[in-house]
Design a protein around this ligand. Sequence first.
Ligand SMILES: [Zn+2]
Length: 248
Amino acid sequence: MKAASAVADRRLRAKIVAAMRAMDARGLNRGSAGNASARTAAGMLITPTGIPADRLRRADIVAMAEDGTWSGRRAPSSEWHFHAAILAARPEIGAVVHAHPPFATTLATLRRPIPAFHYMIAIAGGDTIRCARYATFGTRALARNAVAALAGRKACLLANHGLIALGRDLDEAETIAIEVEALAEQYWRALQIGRPTILSAAEMRRVVAAFATYGQPGGVEPRNERGRARGPAPDRRRRDAISRRSRP
Ligand SMILES: [Zn+2]
């Protein structure tokens, strides 16, 4: 690896570790649940299987080529199929995060999309946050269902499972994951005491257009801040195999 790309590789690994720790710190993931990936020239970097965020190090991040072969000292996340499928289907997307946050996952167990009960759902790119059809974790079927639910969107729920958020980079994907979980909590709370009023399609078109004008999701009403973390080093070769140990 050339010096410049080695530096870029190290930085991206550190950003993946930081994103996983930030999601853990905010309660979006617990234990070894959740995973994250980022696009590289050769394919993607992705979190390994079965390592809790607080023990994750840069050297644990797995480099995976587009054909599914990988290198590194750990096996890739058991959900690498949907990370790879999303990055292949969405050239404008540079990063994917996945979590099992309490409120988004609660709605996902009801297989219930999040409607436009609040204008901020436009952060995911439209007037709904869809719930992808159920398929067993780690399968190509789940990857297909996720790609379909994410059409024109940067987030979706996964039936009886959790949440996926996308971004041009890890910062955006993480911001959207945090926001969608906050929205899921607000929607859940509203459902406890009544039926929230849903904004019209015309109003949501205005909101989505305004978000685009401001140039970034959340730019209309920024409400996220985040923590940072670092980790250290080396790398070794292996072949395609998926660990069955981990939770997806
Ligand atoms: Zn999962």
